[in-house]
Ligand binder design. Structure first.
Ligand SMILES: Cc1cc2nc3c(=O)[nH]c(=O)nc-3n(C[C@H](O)[C@H](O)[C@H](O)COP(=O)(O)OP(=O)(O)OC[C@H]3O[C@@H](n4cnc5c(N)ncnc54)[C@H](O)[C@@H]3O)c2cc1C
Length: 302
């Protein structure tokens, strides 16, 4: 039994202006958290996303929880799933065995990543491992005909020696067999669009998907963003100024920011948006609704 859902036209009647969407989850660590993820996924599935993705702990930590979450999302929503896979801290054989197990389970899409070292440590490739994500992509290509997404950084990956080096690295990931890149969240649209143009100038023809982070908690984001190499512009901070103890207004502002950001990127030709949901539906759903996405028809099919 599955759920057959069709996407509606936008309120203006134009199918072209409705963005394509996907949603990212992290593997829940408890039954309660699992129930919350499932509830969020059920709500977001109504919007007929292209896929749900599930993150993976560096070095394979919580690997089983990623597999369980993938199976759960697929079985309960019928939406295609993408498995994140990191290569840091693990031998090649273990990484490829995981990929093979997912292929055998029917998973066809992998988000191939290097992963990060433990906090405070410098990245060192595993002696028997894939050193960087481009190497992982090439390894996956030899396992099976996966659809492979990779990460991209409009504001440059924090460890990259230069922006040009990082762009070459992204090109290497496409050349190795990736079909799309999902960007780190970036609140500066002008910066994002310059990056899009730089990718095109570098001969990158694969799809560039804009990673969108609905801001659930701005104070937490401040602590997290620097590690990802993502800047928090002054205008963004001022929007949340004084809302530390006002969650209702915080949420309304956060939704408005997503809508504004996505609309502007759409006007400049970006059509696929990947929402970092943090396992919550409210902000992503509200923003998608404002952007014209509707569950048109929900019919139980046997
Ligand atoms: C969409 C998305 C999803 C993510 N999901 C996860 C997840 O599920 N689990 C998780 O742990 N992390 C995840 N991350 C975080 C990611 O693992 C980190 O950002 C990590 O630091 C880099 O991963 P990468 O795949 O971009 O690495 P790479 O593409 O390998 O690049 C990493 C750095 O190494 C540099 N580099 C590349 N090749 C070389 C070389 N030959 N010599 C020297 N330097 C080189 C690059 O310029 C860059 O600075 C995600 C990030 C994004 C954007």
């Amino acid at each position: 039994m599955g759920i057959d859902i069709q996407r509606n036209l936008s309120p203006t009647g134009s199918a072209d202006s409705v963005p394509q969407i996907s949603f990212e989850f992290f593997p829940p660590a408890s039954d309660t958290a699992g129930a919350a993820m499932n509830a969020a996924a059920a709500r977001l599935a109504e919007l007929a996303p292209r896929f749900f993705s599930v993150t993976y702990g560096a070095g394979g930590s919580a690997r089983d929880r990623t597999s369980q979450a993938l199976a759960q999302l697929r079985a309960t929503t019928g939406i295609a799933v993408a498995a994140h896979l990191t290569c840091a801290g693990a031998p090649r054989a273990a990484v490829l065995a995981q990929a093979q197990a997912w292929w055998d389970a029917g998973i066809r899409h992998i988000v191939a990543l290097r992963g990060d070292p433990q906090p405070g440590e410098q990245y060192q490739p595993h002696p028997d491992g894939f050193a960087y994500a481009a190497d992982l992509v090439a390894g996956l290509r030899r396992v099976a005909d996966f659809d492979i997404s990779v990460a991209a950084y409009p504001e440059v990956h924090p460890e990259a020696p230069s922006a040009a080096f990082d762009l070459d690295n992204l090109k290497a990931k496409f050349d190795a067999g990736a079909t799309r890149a999902i960007t780190q969240f970036c609140f500066d649209n002008a910066r994002f669009l310059r990056f899009r143009d730089q990718c095109a100038a570098a001969g990158i023809e694969g799809e560039l998907v804009a990673g969108i982070l609905p801001i659930v908690n701005f104070s937490q984001l401040r602590r997290f963003a620097a590690r990802c190499g993502a800047a928090l512009p002054a205008w963004l901070a001022s929007h949340f100024d004084g809302l530390e103890d006002d969650p209702a207004t915080h949420e309304l502002i956060a939704a408005a920011i997503v809508v504004e950001q996505v609309r502007e990127l759409q006007q400049h030709g970006i059509s696929h948006f990947h929402f970092y949901t943090l396992n919550r539906a409210e902000l992503s759903y509200a923003a998608c609704h404002a952007l014209g996405l509707r569950p048109l028809q929900t019919a139980l099919a046997s």
